[in-house]
Design a protein around this ligand. Structure first.
Ligand SMILES: NC(=O)c1ccc[n+]([C@@H]2O[C@H](COP(=O)([O-])OP(=O)(O)OC[C@H]3O[C@@H](n4cnc5c(N)ncnc54)[C@H](O)[C@@H]3O)[C@@H](O)[C@H]2O)c1
Ligand SMILES: O=C(O)C[C@H](O)C(=O)O
Length: 326
């Protein structure tokens, strides 16, 4: 059956890297036809139409149709997979509160449109920053959609952590399993290698270097977004699109046996993360559903870092609460 996939911010740089991969079947698999709904602000609709022309020109066998619109209701009507990429970037002089308010103006109506029109099996991935709190806002305005359908992206951080660890150990990325990103998709995130495995060996033991872990690995992963902006003059786009593909593909098709992934999901209170916050956890996916991996032992080093990132999420939640957005 054809799956309706909505992409917001479709004319942006992530959109440009993402849409062709969705249309080629990499999001949902080689047997699933897709219909794309591209949502943009009025000023960028023409550019999105240009991308739609290019999608046509690619003659993707799985692509059954493309709609371009600036109307959220139309974009989310009957949608099965909603990729919320478009967001208001922080501009000069903007405080964190201003940023949260501006994004509330985007994610509140989009949550409402998902609530009223999306398909009953809708799955939502928020990529647009601040991703966790934008997901919280959208979820808060979709009371009829099960909360577990709202997720935010930390898969890029997860992939970055795997890449850094594999380089350090001279191992193949495919040999790194059970990486975890905890908390917020921000510089406070905590990439945790204490449960990770490399070629079957515990990763923290294989590294055996507390200084590298604390002073190099964690800051490199957590500040990678800023390093990409510094190097490229623009934020990560192709790697972010790739991670979005990975996130949804894993959610729908499952995590491989003996591995897990990282997703920011609505907390059920696991690991002391307050219920209702959208925070990153180790999760396994099976039969189209995710579940937080339970029973991991959290050492003091990890506990402090998880708590710091969760505190930031609480502050963001309190700020959007004050604005009446959740
Ligand atoms: N979670 C992550 O790991 C991660 C990684 C990289 C980037 N990001 C974030 O993803 C977002 C998009 O990045 P980008 O590089 O594609 O930005 P971009 O500026 O190139 O594109 C964003 C697009 O969103 C559109 N847009 C703005 N408001 C909209 C609305 N209300 N409805 C629909 N479209 C709207 C804009 O017109 C623009 O075309 C940013 O917030 C960025 O910070 C997140
Ligand atoms: O857009 C950004 O600020 C950075 C982005 O979230 C990233 O992690 O690359």
């Amino acid at each position: 059956m054809t799956v309706n996939v909505t992409v917001t911010g479709a004319a942006g740089q992530i959109g440009y890297a993402l849409l062709f991969r969705i249309a080629s079947g990499q999001l949902l698999g080689p047997d699933t036809p897709v219909r794309l709904r591209l949502l943009e602000i009025p000023a960028a609709v023409k550019a999105a139409e240009g991308t739609a022309m290019e999608l046509d020109d690619s003659a993707f066998p799985l692509l059954e149709g493309i709609d371009v619109t600036d109307d959220a209701k139309r974009a989310f009507d009957g949608t099965n997979v909603a990729l919320l990429v478009g967001a208001r970037p922080r501009t000069k002089g903007m405080e964190r509160g201003d940023l949260l308010e501006a994004n509330g103006g985007i994610f509140k109506p989009q949550g409402e449109a998902i609530n009223s029109g999306a398909a009953s099996d809708v799955r939502v991935l928020v990529v647009g920053n601040p991703a966790n709190t934008n997901a919280l806002i959208a979820k808060s305005h979709a009371p009829d959609v099960p909360a577990e359908r709202f997720t935010a992206m930390t898969r890029l951080d997860h992939n970055r952590a795997i890449a850094q660890l594999s380089k350090r150990l001279g191992a193949a990325v495919a040999d790194v399993k059970k990486m975890t990103i905890w908390g917020n998709h921000s510089a406070t995130q905590y990439p945790d290698i204490f449960h990770a495995e490399v070629g079957g060996q515990n990763a923290a033991q294989a590294v055996n270097d507390a200084d590298w872990l604390r002073d190099t690995f964690i800051p490199t992963v957590a500040k990678r977004g800023a390093a990409i902006i510094e190097a490229r003059g623009a934020s990560s786009a192709a790697s972010a699109a790739s991670a979005a593909i990975d996130h949804v593909h894993t959610w729908v098709h499952g995590t491989p046996e003996g591995d897990w992934t990282s997703m920011a999901v609505v907390s059920d209170g696991s690991y002391g993360v307050p219920e209702g916050l959208v925070s990153s956890f180790p999760v396994v996916c099976k039969d189209g559903k995710w579940e937080i991996v339970q029973g991991l032992e959290i050492n003091q080093f990890s506990r402090e870092r998880i708590d710091a990132s969760v505190r930031e999420l609480e502050e963001e939640r309190d700020a959007v609460r004050k604005l009446g957005l959740v």
